[in-house]
Design a protein around this ligand. Sequence first.
Ligand code: C2G
Length: 130
Amino acid sequence: MIVISFGTFDLMHIGHLNMLNRCKNYGDTLIVGVSSDSLNYEKKQRLPVFNEKNRMELIKNLKCVDEVFLEESLEKKREYIKKYNADVFIIGDDWKGKFDDLNDICTVIYLERTRDISTTSIIHNIKMYL
Ligand code: C2G
């Protein structure tokens, strides 16, 4: 079974690792689309702290990840799923319901996020307390 997942993974933290480890439990191969810097700017109106090259390198080197590619548009999910022959598409439940239309070509699963950690809260804490 081939699993595909997506994300920015900026300031990689334990929530990201938990998500990807759990993704891998659903199949034999885990492919991860890492959102490009410009896609992130569109989504969040700011550039990531770590650039796309470094974010891809970090994710690619995790034991649970078999392959990474650059996700250039949120609308291209169907295309990427077909290209990588993914059987299962997994993402955090902050996106719950958003990708249900893809159930016609694969199984869409939303997993619960790790509580109390996010890239935004890390940036906030650094600004406040350091
Ligand atoms: N995540 C998690 N727990 C956290 C933080 C993140 O499980 N505390 C998960 C998210 O739900 C997502 C993945 O880790 O599945 C990557 O998180 P983000 O980098 O925040 O991803 P996002 O910017 O939402 O990009 O095309 C979809 C988007 O690219 C997803």
